[in-house]
Ligand binder design. Structure first.
Ligand SMILES: [Zn+2]
Length: 309
């Protein structure tokens, strides 16, 4: 079902078409309930509803802008995941922490990959892919933004293609696929989840990192939680949702790992949305971190393998 509304970005007014999901993307149930409206604090200040499936409990943003319009919600230099700006304390820390976490990501991929062919979906500025290439992986990146894609190719000499290339890759040709905070942005969730597993070798590994709406800080901040990031985040996966989604395609989660720095980073965003000092974020981020064993971490990494037949 399509709807229309007007979107104001800076001084520009856009006519945006919306798409309403009638079924849960994971279990296809038609029954869903409103969790709460969440504001796009990052860019447009528009409100979007987060709903929860009555059957399986999966939370997703509904309705969402149609795919051809979503680019407008990324057109901002404050969207730090897709930019290299080092302005401001928050961005400075984000970039510092990224350097620490890159090596941990490479170590995890190296531990599970049985070969060197690595596909990074949503490769962004290319830092992870560059590190993987330096480590000896044969890398391919997929990135929807032409500007970001060309930036990463120019800066690091990487092989990066448009996201549509996913559907032109040879079946069973890839040893490891990584998606660092990307699955929650994918429009055709089931189609692309299946395609990822098709291009993966039978002994390949899929590594997916997503924010966790079951985390301590998600509960604490409620609709101000930085991890909702509507409408860019179309889905809000708990561990059980990741398990349910990939089991539909004969794959299973074999390890779950916390993203160590995300509690403080996401708490910083959440405190900013609440109009409070970032110092609160250090405290509440630490509290969330120390509660990660009971609630799950702010963001989690899922290591997924095909079920052996
Ligand atoms: Zn469901």
């Amino acid at each position: 079902m399509y709807q229309f509304f007007w979107l104001l970005v800076g001084d520009k007014m856009f006519h945006v078409e919306q798409l309403e999901k009638k079924k849960c993307p994971i279990c296809s149930s038609e029954k869903m309930s409103l969790v709460f409206p969440v504001k796009d604090y990052m860019i447009t200040k528009e409100e979007f509803n987060v709903v929860s499936c009555d059957q399986c409990g999966f939370k997703f943003t509904n309705p969402i802008p149609v795919e051809s319009e979503i680019g407008k919600y990324y057109e901002s230099d404050v969207y730090v995941s897709h930019s290299n700006t080092k302005k401001g304390l928050k961005n400075f820390i984000y970039h510092l922490v990224r350097n620490f976490t890159l090596q941990r990501k490479i170590d995890l991929v190296s531990r599970y990959a049985n070969g060197k062919k690595l596909l990074d979906i949503g490769s962004g500025a290319g830092y992870f892919l560059n590190k993987a290439k330096e480590t000896g992986f044969q890398t391919l990146g997929l990135e929807p933004s032409e500007e970001v894609r060309e930036g990463s190719m120019k800066e690091f000499g990487l092989d990066v293609k448009d996201i549509s290339e996913l559907h032109h890759l040879k079946n069973k040709s890839i040893d490891a696929i990584t998606m660092w905070h990307v699955l929650e942005h994918v429009y055709e969730l089931n189609r692309d989840a299946k395609q990822m597993l098709d291009v993966l070798k039978d002994d390949g590994v899929l590594i997916v990192a997503v924010p966790n709406p079951d985390s301590w800080d998600a509960k604490f901040y409620g609709d101000h939680w930085g991890g909702w990031d509507v409408p860019r985040h179309l889905y809000h996966f708990r561990e059980i949702d990741i398990r349910n989604l990939f089991s539909k395609f004969d794959a299973e989660v074999v390890e779950v790992k916390p993203m160590q720095f995300d509690p403080v980073y996401v708490s910083m965003l959440s405190e900013q949305y609440k109009g409070r000092s970032v110092l609160h974020a250090i405290w509440f981020g630490m509290l969330s971190y120390f509660n990660k064993n009971t609630h799950g971490c702010t963001s989690q990494i899922y290591v997924i393998k095909k079920k052996s037949k």
